[in-house]
Design a protein around this ligand. Structure first.
Ligand code: FES
Length: 351
């Protein structure tokens, strides 16, 4: 599942962020070919403990037959073990264990009018979407509304400016800086539901946009979603990916009173097993005790790597920032957030 990839480049983007390019050997080209919007998980053992993180791919997608370019954006997180390592130590020639691209926050190129509201490092997957779409689909337009603290802290400034130069008629950029006055009458201050409700209709015909892509911190993404729903946009046209969930800013489901002696049956890579669920643990933890190959990255309900199909029984999820409503309605759950609500639960990680 993880593959050792050599680091081909580490580029400083801002004081607190870098772009890391991994080299993909020919035999893994198809495995690592991404769709714009996807992310990948990395893992590293530090002080005897395995840590995993997910990072979005910022490079444009390369069609089948071409050599995939795997470049991710990494911003330093306070106390973040992997991001500190990436910014301070990672160098060309190092080898990192990387999982193939995944995620369902996607914009494969197609004709239409698309728009994104992003905050901070939320630009990363959207840069891949906009660059691929504009290059591959002449009948597509893209409006990017990005929010950052200051110009100096803005990731991928050059890449976004390059899109403006290459596609002046089809790429519309609006930058909102929260901690800096701007010239040319552009808005400043934080983007919240109220400001977006006023701003979006002034920028573009909201109802004509075929797909909205919201990416960044929880507060911004939720505010943008509420603004769009309030402006009459269909839920099916809104796609979102949350990068950071600040403690206290997101609702967590009430604790579950798990049935005594619950058991979990899980299928993974075609092999099934049944195990008792220990009190308080998530179903992912139950599986991991016996199957080290169970898929996960964030363990926080954000990345979606641990998605599984609920075959039978019922579960309660603490929180879910990764699955679309259609996926939960279809029976998918996040194993890292699930606790048994019935005495027997069956999950299938292969579906
Ligand atoms: S491991 Fe990331 S959502 Fe479960």
């Amino acid at each position: 599942m993880f593959h050792p990839l050599r680091v081909g480049a580490v580029e400083q983007l801002t004081d607190d962020s870098v772009a890391v390019t991994f080299e993909v050997p020919p035999e893994l080209h198809e495995t690592f070919r991404h769709t714009p919007g996807q992310h990948l998980a990395v893992r590293r053992v530090m002080d005897g403990e395995e840590i995993r993180r997910t990072y979005s791919i910022c490079s444009p997608a390369v069609p089948a037959g071409g050599v995939p370019v795997l470049r991710v954006g990494i911003r330093l997180v306070d106390g973040g073990e992997f991001s500190t390592y990436a910014l301070k130590e990672l160098a060309v020639g190092d080898v990192v264990e990387v999982m193939p691209p995944m995620g369902r926050f996607l914009l494969p190129p197609r004709p239409g009018h698309f728009a994104a509201v992003v905050g901070g490092s939320g630009i990363t997957p959207v840069l891949s979407m906009a660059a691929t779409l504009l290059a591959d689909e002449p009948d597509a337009r893209f409006c990017l509304i990005r929010s950052d603290r200051t110009a100096a802290s803005t990731m991928f400034l050059e890449e976004v400016a390059d899109l403006k130069d290459r596609f002046p008629d089809r790429f519309h950029l609006v930058t909102v800086l929260s901690r800096e006055e701007q010239q040319s009458g552009l808005p400043s201050g934080r983007l919240d539901r109220e400001r977006l409700t006023a701003l979006l209709p002034a920028l573009l015909p909201v109802a004509d946009v075929d797909g909205w892509f919201l990416c960044g911190p929880f507060g911004l993404v939720r505010g943008a979603e509420q603004a769009l729903r309030g402006l009459g946009v269909d839920r099916g046209r809104i796609h979102q990916e949350i990068f950071h969930v600040d403690d206290g800013s997101a609702p967590v489901a009430a604790p579950v009173v798990a049935p005594a002696h619950a058991s979990l049956t899980a299928t993974l890579d075609g092999r099934s097993g049944t195990w008792p669920v220990q009190e308080g643990e998530s179903l992912l933890e139950t599986v991991l005790r016996s199957r080290a190959d169970a898929p996960y990255a964030c363990k926080g309900g954000v990345c979606g790597t641990c998605r599984a199909f609920l075959v039978s029984g019922d579960v309660r999820m603490d929180r879910n920032f990764a699955l679309e409503p259609e996926e939960t309605e279809a029976g998918y759950v996040l194993a890292c957030q699930s606790h048994p609500a019935t005495a027997e639960v069956e999950l299938d990680f292969d579906r």
